[in-house]
Design a protein around this ligand. Structure first.
Ligand SMILES: Cc1ncc(COP(=O)(O)O)c(C=O)c1O
Length: 286
């Protein structure tokens, strides 16, 4: 698809900090906003109605920090507890502890969380590192959640329903593999939380590279167009990716079988994928 995804930017284009002063997320390029919403609608993996706020970040990593800031409160006597069910993405503890914040603190495995205190649960589904499909485990009144859906795309897992959580994270690095472009996005229901995230990104990086956003918008747009093109059925980006991932997992499983029990791989349940219209296997990206 190389040439179809080409982006040309001339020297005096995209110089301002601002992308759209009418939008709450004033550094979000309208083309990217549009491409993100269109792709989610085509794939059916997340609710992106017009009342949802899209916040772009320098990767979903920056948005994770922005959400910790937005979901915590300086009025609480103690930093809010941040938990995730083990095994979890290994960067969460470091990202949470790094600044020794007075707003939030890492509190470990959500399965063992028994404090009667405010908390934020990070839910990754499909999970890194084990590919499992997950929901919250703590489920206490007033608990907050960050849903990291980096891998909820059809090449990795069946799309069984439209995710509809208060705060969801997605990233270009896992949707298509363009990790170095450093584009992630959050889909947020609450305007106050969205505004706090925008403030965090303003203070930490005064927005997000417009060149990177344009590239992401172009590529996500081409992928969405192909998914909608019935003549290309079965040959869109996600079908291609799914085949590739499934071949790789097949080879790995063969090796596992030949290893006489030295190593084995987990079995993932099949699910009905609403995007492909058939039962598909999980082929985790991790
Ligand atoms: C679950 C999960 N969330 C977030 C990230 C980081 O994403 P980004 O490249 O958008 O910062 C990763 C990267 O490995 C990941 O596995």
């Amino acid at each position: 698809m190389g040439d179809r995804c080409k982006v040309v930017i001339v020297g005096d284009e995209f110089m301002s900090y601002f992308c759209n002063t009418m939008n709450l997320c004033w550094f979000l390029l309208p083309e990217l906003d549009n491409a993100i919403r269109t792709l989610h609608r085509v794939v059916g993996n997340a609710m992106v109605d017009d009342d949802r706020f899209i916040i772009v970040g320098n990767g979903s990593t920056q948005l994770f920090h922005a959400l910790l800031y937005a979901l915590s409160s300086p009025d609480l006597p103690e930093p809010i507890n941040v938990v995730a069910a083990a095994p979890f993405y290994s960067s969460y503890p470091e990202e949470t502890k790094f600044l020794r914040s007075k707003l939030y603190k890492w509190a470990g495995d959500a399965n063992c969380y028994d404090k009667d205190e405010p908390y934020i649960e990070v839910v990754t589904s499909p999970n890194n590192p084990d590919g499992s499909i997950r929901g919250t485990v703590v489920n206490r009144e007033g608990g907050k959640a960050i849903h990291d859906l980096a891998y909820y795309w059809p090449q990795y897992a069946p799309i069984t329903s439209k995710a509809d959580h208060d705060a969801m994270l997605f990233t270009f690095s896992k949707a298509t593999g363009h990790a170095g472009t450093r584009i992630g996005w959050a889909i947020v229901k609450d305007k106050v939380i969205a505004a706090k995230m925008v403030k965090f990104i303003e203070v930490s990086s005064i927005g997000v590279s417009r060149e990177a956003q344009l590239r992401a918008a172009k590529i996500l747009g081409v992928i969405a167009d192909d998914c909608r093109n019935l003549d290309l059925k079965g040959e869109n980006f996600f079908e291609y990716g799914r085949r590739l991932m499934s071949e790789r997992w097949g080879k790995l499983r063969e090796l596992g079988m030949k290893s006489n029990g030295v190593f084995s791989l987990p079995k993932y349940p099949r699910g009905y994928c609403k995007f492909t219209g058939e039962y598909t296997d999980s082929n985790p990206g991790i």
